[in-house]
Design a protein around this ligand. Structure first.
Ligand code: SAM
Ligand code: SF4
Length: 401
């Protein structure tokens, strides 16, 4: 009952979001502790299930993109300390290592970076490629494995990754002192609990540093339909979680598990604020959220010296809910944190405690299902990817959902 009500409320609140497509003035965002996300939208082929902004690789477009990205970093004028940089996509490891390093060098002209992660498809992370990434201070990899069951991958038109390839990447990365996360998808067609358990056991044997078990979602923009219920997917994740935890991993949040040496800092850690560069990248700073336009409008605007974006100003109340949701997702929620929240959130927290969703400052199994289901709804209802505005040359226009 509470799950259904919360899902309805979330869907309704997303339906009323209103973004403005505007030139964004970033000058006032200086020295503060933030993360940086860089979006590389190119892929060798487009997976049918994928909701992210991605395009087929094409060298001319990639060259114009790189030119725009370097210019955007200068135009934004962000300076200061950066906790982490995450290079995501798309498939960032389709870029040459020196292109990745060039982006990082440009960033380093502006900010000091503590920690750099890159994600990508396993088959491009060769030993030589990793060595070059490591030389420009990338210390974490996230590889898209999805499943080791070929039948399921075929149905969603995803190319296959053998265990031997993952083993080689993990060994090479470990030799260099890098850590590795693997993204798995749970709830794929013809994928059963026993398949997920077999996969996580194999990955644990390879001494992978982190496993992310994402529920198969049908996000706006994606072609494939989810063929099973959110509840069934949750049960599969929980059964896999028992095995993963038995093999020495710590549960970081509803879907991510890390080896203890990483337990305080996840590869996909979500900080309070981050700046996104590149087409369709998100930025969240203070109450402001900005989403960059898709690739061609992005390149066009930036090369003309304009940092255009879809922006929305969330009020303090919305931000408090967002912080609360993050704590729940991380499964740890202290009484002191709850006390610092507005009255409406304190009331909901008390309800969650009364219903057994939170106990001793931890989210219980019942609570985990609630968060899993709610987060799945959020992903499936998000009004993204935001399309390019239809009429160009307009200084500021409203976009409704
Ligand atoms: C955006 S991809 C980037 C890495 C690389 N392009 C790849 O596919 O391996 C990162 C991850 O998003 C996850 N993902 C993409 N579409 C998804 C969906 N519909 N449901 C759940 N996870 C999804 C997959 O686990 C994928 O590995
Ligand atoms: S899952 Fe990865 S490779 Fe597939 S389309 Fe999405 S970003 Fe590209």
């Amino acid at each position: 009952m509470i799950n259904r009500t919360a899902n309805r409320m979330v869907s309704k609140s997303f339906a009323s979001l209103e973004y403005e497509y505007c030139k964004i003035d970033w000058d006032h965002f200086t020295t503060r502790e933030i993360g940086i996300y860089i979006h590389v939208p190119f892929c060798p082929r487009l997976c049918a299930f994928c909701p992210f902004h991605r395009v087929l690789y094409n060298r001319q477009q990639k060259d114009r993109y790189l030119k725009a990205l370097l210019k955007e970093i200068d135009l934004r004028g962000i300076y200061g300390e950066v906790e982490w940089v995450y290079i995501g996509g798309g498939t960032p490891n389709l870029l040459k290592p020196d292109e990745i390093c060039m982006i990082l060098d440009k960033l380093k002209e502006h900010v000091n970076i503590e920690d750099i992660t890159i994600e990508g498809k396993p088959r491009y992370f060769t030993r030589e490629y990793l060595e070059q990434l490591y030389a420009c201070e990338i210390s974490k990899l996230s590889i898209g494995v999805e499943s080791l069951k070929e039948e399921s991958l075929d149905i969603v038109e995803r190319d296959k990754t053998g265990v031997s390839l993952i083993e080689e990447i993990v060994n090479d990365a470990h030799d260099l002192g890098m850590v590795v996360n693997a993204d798995l998808m749970v709830g794929l067609p013809k994928q059963y609990s026993k398949d997920v358990i077999r996969d996580v056991k194999k990955l644990a044997d390879l001494e992978l540093d982190q496993m992310s078990t994402y529920p198969f979602t049908k996000a706006p923009g994606a072609k494939n339909r989810r063929r099973t219920t959110s509840k069934h997917i949750f049960e599969m994740i929980e059964k896999a979680a028992d095995v993963i935890e038995e093999t020495g991993y710590v549960r970081e949040n509803v879907w991510v598990f890390s080896r203890p040496k990483l337990a305080t800092k996840s590869l996909t850690e979500d900080p309070k604020e981050y700046i996104g560069y590149g087409p369709s990248a998100f930025s969240v700073v203070g109450n402001l959220q900005v989403v960059n336009p898709h690739i061609e409008n992005y390149i066009d605007a930036i090369l003309h010296g304009r940092t255009m974006g879809f922006k929305i100003d969330f009020d303090e109340g919305f931000n408090a809910w967002r912080r609360f949701a993050h704590r729940l997702y991380d499964l740890r929620i202290s009484d002191d944190f709850i006390k610092s929240m507005p009255r409406s959130i304190r009331w909901v927290s008390n309800m969650l405690k009364l219903m057994g969703y939170i106990k001793d400052e931890r989210v219980t199994r019942k609570g985990r299902y609630f968060i899993h289901d709610l987060t799945t709804t959020v992903i499936e209802k998000l009004p993204f990817p935001l399309g390019n505005p239809v009429s160009r040359g307009v200084a500021c226009m409203n976009i409704f959902f």
